[in-house]
Design a protein around this ligand. Structure first.
Ligand SMILES: [Zn+2]
Length: 190
């Protein structure tokens, strides 16, 4: 099974790309040329198609509505082929749920299987979101859920761009729809 992607309140860690960029900066300083790896924002744990069904498990009407809105916020993106539908069939093994998890993250995306037969579980943490969202609980739930669905659409955490992105951990969580950059990335990937 692939590793889960957790969205935590803490700062993102710095991975290999940071080191690549550091090398690039050194190159810029010396010869003024830098080649950043293409598709740096691509996440291979997503679904092979932007059209797929999800099933909700163990959530009340409030979370059903939040999940429906989050799907709609992706489905309404322009000039993408995104279509995330809801299914109640037990054979659908891409699931979304929410609970008061005793973990630090706001949301967790856990993929399994292969890209062309992708399964995943999206978990939304009602405990940490209630703790940290102040009067913006609804928006933070939506922001988290849209972010996690972004992983299903092959978007990585913390893209290396100055553009705003729903995939950045340090974003404004009252924004509940994908940004133009996110939409352009989904277009590019699919
Ligand atoms: Zn994430």
């Amino acid at each position: 099974m692939r590793a889960s992607l957790a969205e935590t309140p803490s700062a993102p860690s710095h991975g290999p790309l940071t080191r690549v960029l550091t090398v690039c900066i050194a190159v810029i300083l010396t010869i003024g040329l830098c080649s950043v790896p293409a598709h740096a924002d691509y996440y291979s744990g997503g679904v092979g198609s932007p059209r797929f069904s999800v099933r909700y498990t163990g959530v009340n009407d409030t979370y059903v509505n939040r999940f429906n809105t989050s799907r709609g916020n992706w489905n309404r993106t322009t000039n993408t082929n995104v279509s995330i539908t809801r299914s109640t069939s037990s054979s659908v093994n891409r699931t979304m749920t929410a609970a008061r998890y005793n973990d630090s993250w706001y949301g967790l995306y856990t993929p399994s299987g292969t890209r062309n037969n992708r399964r995943f579980v999206i978990r939304v943490n009602a405990r940490t979101l209630a703790r940290d969202s102040g009067s913006n609980m609804t928006a933070w739930i939506l922001s988290t859920t849209v972010h996690e669905l972004g992983h299903a659409l092959s978007l990585a955490d913390n893209p290396r761009t100055s553009s705003l992105s729903i995939m950045k951990h340090n974003r404004n969580r009252t924004r509940t729809t994908p940004y133009a950059y996110d939409v352009s990335e989904v277009r590019r990937i699919y």
